[in-house]
Design a protein around this ligand. Structure first.
Ligand SMILES: [Zn+2]
Length: 167
């Protein structure tokens, strides 16, 4: 069963400042940074957000550490990464039938600097005042927790839908 809990923004901020980069940790295979990966190729990796304010919330990153949203990418590389963002969003749309998908690149040079894109599906029926920033702000919305196996099953569904979209 999916439940919602408050998000410890201060604890998370401290963790982010003190630990190694979570994307580089995941790419290196460090189990402390394991995530439910939904897509991976030589250039990019996509995985379920560990602190999701919405179900099916996926992050898409270049595997190499880049900290500029556009500045460190050639146009071709940027388009390659956005092709993955598109495939993820289409897969999430197929699996979860959201009312709307929000796509953002946030991050901070003082925190999660490794650039990443958020693919955040808004389920149907959320009141307008709880959509947009309110829906994706973990501090306001809280984060979802899943029973064992639920996140894994969701990741598998999204992964399979991505594979179908790319073939
Ligand atoms: Zn990194």
């Amino acid at each position: 069963m999916v439940r919602r809990r408050p998000f410890d923004i201060d604890g998370y901020g401290k963790l982010v400042r003190e630990r190694q980069c979570f994307v580089c940790g995941l790419v290196s295979g460090d189990s402390a940074f394991a995530h439910h990966v939904v897509y991976e190729d030589e250039f990019a990796i996509a995985f379920l957000n560990k602190y999701p304010p919405l179900a099916g919330y996926v992050l898409v990153c270049p595997k190499a550490r880049r900290t500029e949203v556009t500045g460190e990418f050639s146009l071709g590389e940027y388009v390659q990464l956005q092709t993955v963002v598109y495939a993820v969003a289409e897969a999430v749309r197929a699996v979860l039938q959201p009312e709307r998908i929000c796509i953002m690149s946030l991050g901070s040079q003082a925190g999660n600097a490794h650039v990443h894109w958020h693919v955040a599906p808004l389920p149907p029926g959320v009141p307008p005042e709880q959509q947009q920033f309110a829906a994706v702000d973990a501090e306001r919305a809280g984060v979802l927790t899943f029973d064992d196996g639920e996140a894994e099953a969701l990741a598998l569904q999204i992964s399979q839908a991505i594979d179908r979209g790319l073939t």
